[in-house]
Design a protein around this ligand. Sequence first.
Ligand SMILES: [Fe+2]
Length: 290
Amino acid sequence: MTKPAVTAFFDPTTNTISYLVADPESSRAAVIDPVLDFDVGAGTFDTACARKILAVAAANRLRITWVLETHVHADHISAAPFIAAHTGAKVGISERVRDVQRQFIPTFGTDDLHPDGKVFDHLFADLETFRIGALQGQALHTPGHTPACAAYVIGDAAFVGDTLFMPDYGTARADFPGGDARTLYRSIRRILALPPETRLFVGHDYKAPGREEFAWETTVATERAHNIHVRDGISEQAFVLMREARDATLSPPKLLYPSIQMNMRAGHLPPPDARGERYLRIPIKSAPRV
Ligand SMILES: [Fe+2]
């Protein structure tokens, strides 16, 4: 099996890890979960994070053919359109993104968006295979954190997005609309059924208490032995109780609304209004009492 060369890019603002995954033989590569910096107070974007990925790809003479999204992120905006515009790469995500679009179109009143997933270049079915040069990749649907979560298994590595995190931190929240702790547990067991030596690359790291450095690479064997939420021996029921209790204490991510509105459009802004201005919406849950 060819081993992909993996370069990780940590974004300290959103604690996201993006990856550049290359086939050393053909110099073809994929970018996973690139981040677009967004200053919500100023309404401005910056492509510094994504440009770092392109610079490393250029320095290594890599040709990026895929941008792979592990899900519709709710805490940062995707730089997929920027990477695709500079490389001609295709942007792919789980075909269940249609469920996410269907769910959020009424939330944001984004009537111009059809819930057919066609704003993405490619929709992956469960277990669908793809190629990065000579490397074989496979999309594994892993719903639970969100309905359209997928892990990408590429050679001896798997990019697991927000399903499970480093062993000392545990797992991702499952309380977003369409999320479900029981489904998440089952998806995680699917990932943990991969060969024990499989390298796992996680989508976020927040440093577990007592750990000095950020980390993002582990293995199936290590997760099965040590993950504080889902190591072998922890039952589905115990996990669900823990996850739901913990999720009840979490506040929404700061970039929740901008992220979902743009990421369900493959990272694009909504169209401009009649005056040519662009806006992102905030749904109001409780109007002020007068
Ligand atoms: Fe996420």
